[in-house]
Design a protein around this ligand. Structure first.
Ligand SMILES: O=C(O)C(=O)C[C@]1(C(=O)O)C=C[C@@H](O)C=C1
Length: 402
């Protein structure tokens, strides 16, 4: 039996992962603002020079992605330089002064290079890989929570967020549905990522030694059958890579992690088994989020995501979905969530006691662009009887192989 120090309790896991990170001095996920904005600079000396100017950085951040090869560091270092007269500028200074944007800067930013993209989890998480797939050459910025990633975009600390919304085996990531509504970001794209889980453990540990396995709840759900066969206790943590790191840092001998092969490499764990998800075809769909919507077009396959609520009554949802069916618009997803702001509606009936109905929000994805008059008419029609309607984004469909 492992001693207590080798087998921390689940409640200590979250704290331990992050305090361990702090001690280690590695790339730390975003936790709170503005402290975090200084931590993900690639150039350590430039990062050090930024201490104390994080607030200003937040306001300046929007232009940074386009402002040279240092991922925005230059722009902040130069706060106050405008007071210097021309006579004081030496030839050395001219190398540090901001240079005008070139055509290639702007062109590169379009394909995603140098964008800072927030994801939830630690390096080695699937979300990091999805961010890289969505925005090749981006700087992926780890965040502790989904909410932190939303905040980071809203406060201009990063340019985009890439967050999971549903998985082919585990289903919807409800938290992100709720956050989409609570925040004002726009869906600007989607990316599908094939998730291949591995069973990881410290060197020398065998499958038979494992008494418990840590991972993200979605990952545990995706490996349900295989973990049951293994006969281990499952414990949920914030992300798969965090689970791997925790097992490694605590040198656990009776605990494994379900995570990616990249996480094994990063945290120095052995791979005891590959492809332990219950179906080899295990795909997670991620949303790409930005402060501004993209201008929808009709030239390529587009998807639109909306959220609405309806009056209580027979056939209301049928009526809502019919606005799409009658225009031959294909629905790809429907999800209902509790309406947290107003969870109930009370209907007074003179014959009986008042009835308390649950209030729902319906999230629907359909295959059409908002530039298409057919889709515009469908939403105009829906608005006639919906009590609330918001377009979350109209964006190109990911038609690539996951
Ligand atoms: O923990 C991770 O590695 C994540 O990226 C999170 C997450 C999720 O939230 O669904 C992403 C993809 C997989 O479906 C499993 C976990």
């Amino acid at each position: 039996m492992a001693s207590t120090s080798l087998a921390p309790t689940p409640s200590s896991i979250h704290f331990s992962i992050h305090s361990a990170l702090r001690n280690e001095g590695g790339r730390k996920p975003i936790t709170q603002f503005p402290r975090i904005s200084l931590k993900w600079r690639r150039n350590p000396s430039a990062a050090a020079s930024l201490h104390g100017v994080a607030g200003g950085r937040g306001e300046e951040g929007g232009g940074d992605a386009l402002n040279g090869s240092n991922n925005g560091v230059k722009a902040v270092e130069l706060i106050g330089v405008s007071d210097v007269t021309h006579a004081e500028i030496s030839s050395n200074d001219s190398q540090t002064l901001p240079r005008p944007l070139s055509v290639s800067d702007v062109a590169n930013s379009v394909d995603g290079s140098r964008l800072r993209v927030a994801y939830q989890g630690l390096p080695g998480a699937y979300s990091e890989a999805a961010a890289a797939k969505a925005y090749p050459n981006c700087e992926a910025v780890p965040c502790e929570l989904f909410e932190t990633a939303f905040d980071a975009v809203e406060r201009w600390l990063v340019d985009r967020a890439v967050l999971p919304i549903e998985n082919s085996l585990g289903g919807s990531i409800h938290r992100n549905y709720d956050l989409l509504l609570r925040h004002k970001l726009h869906i600007v794209g989607e990316v599908k990522y094939a998730v291949r889980h591995c069973l990881l453990a410290n060197r020398g540990v065998k499958k038979e030694n494992l008494k418990r396995v840590l991972s993200h709840p979605q990952a545990l759900a995706q490996c349900e059958h295989n973990l049951t066969k293994l006969g281990v206790i499952r414990e949920a943590v914030d992300d798969t890579a965090g689970a791997a790191k925790f097992v490694a840092l605590n040198k656990l001998q009776d605990t494994g992690a379900v995570a990616s092969s990249l996480a094994a490499e990063i945290y120095g764990l052995d791979i005891l088994a590959r492809d332990i998800q219950d179906d080899s075809d295990n795909v997670t769909r991620f949303l790409m989020l930005a402060r501004e919507p993209i201008i929808p077009s009709t030239g390529k396959p587009f998807k639109t995501s909306i959220v609405f609520s309806l009056e209580e009554g027979p056939g209301m949802l049928f009526k809502a979905l019919a606005v799409f069916a009658m225009r031959d618009i294909n629905l790809t997803k429907i999800e209902s969530r509790p309406c947290r702001k107003k969870p109930f509606r009370v209907i007074d009936d003179i014959c009986t006691i008042p009835l308390k109905y649950f209030n729902y929000l319906f999230y629907v994805d359909f295959e059409a662009s908002m530039a298409d008059p057919n889709a515009q008419n469908a939403l105009r029609h829906l608005k006639e009887f919906a009590t609330f309607l918001r377009v979350l984004g109209s964006y190109p469909m990911d038609v690539t192989e996951a």
